[in-house]
Design a protein around this ligand. Structure first.
Ligand SMILES: [Fe+2]
Length: 188
């Protein structure tokens, strides 16, 4: 059951379904609020030769998260729930690891953000299947929309970090690891 009371609504989804969806959405709200402050932290503190483009990229990413925060919170209220959207509530419940405050160069911020966008993307994908299983195609669609955008942002972050022309095997390991594995196998 949801931790907050359900409001009356004429929506046709059963109360027990709405209650479970609201809990899932409020967890996403906390994660997204937390991640948004972390992206701002990077926006303000990044330094180095790529300062300006990273400063702008991080601002764009934070504005995007702000839009998702509003979409998620308003889906909670549309389902008759209470959006749990204060900074203190977000800090208590977020599943995203805390952001380091002692990093400054662009590569460190890109890595720290990629390390947080990846688990956030996974949690969103979990949200798609969980809300779909509960029979709420609209919330699943909302998760799908956010998930697709976050996967794209993870690509933006990782594209800065991937060495030019480094081949990667189909399972994501580096070509070097693949070659080593191949040698070991051929010796047998
Ligand atoms: Fe700014």
């Amino acid at each position: 059951m949801s931790s907050t009371p359900l409001h009356f609504t004429r929506i046709d989804l059963p109360a027990n379904v709405r209650s479970q969806i609201i809990d899932i959405l409020n967890q996403t709200l906390a994660n997204t609020l937390d991640l948004k402050t972390q992206v701002k932290q990077a926006h303000w503190n990044v330094k180095g030769m790529d300062f300006y483009q990273l400063h702008q990229l991080f601002d764009e990413m934070s504005s995007e998260l702000e839009e998702f925060i509003d979409l998620v919170a308003e889906r909670v209220t549309a389902l008759g729930g209470t959006a749990l959207g204060t900074a203190r509530l977000a800090a208590q419940t977020s599943e995203i690891p805390e952001y380091p405050i002692d990093i400054f160069d662009g590569k460190s911020h890109l890595t720290a953000l990629a390390d947080r966008y990846a688990p956030y993307a996974k949690l969103l994908r979990d949200g798609i299947s969980e809300t779909d299983d509960l029979g709420d195609a609209d919330t699943a669609d909302l998760y799908t929309e956010i998930s697709r955008a976050i996967d794209k942002r993870l690509w933006f972050l990782e594209a800065h970090l991937q060495a030019e022309g480094t081949p990667v095997s189909t399972n994501g390991s580096s070509a070097e690891t693949k070659a080593t594995n191949g040698k070991k196998k051929s010796k047998k």
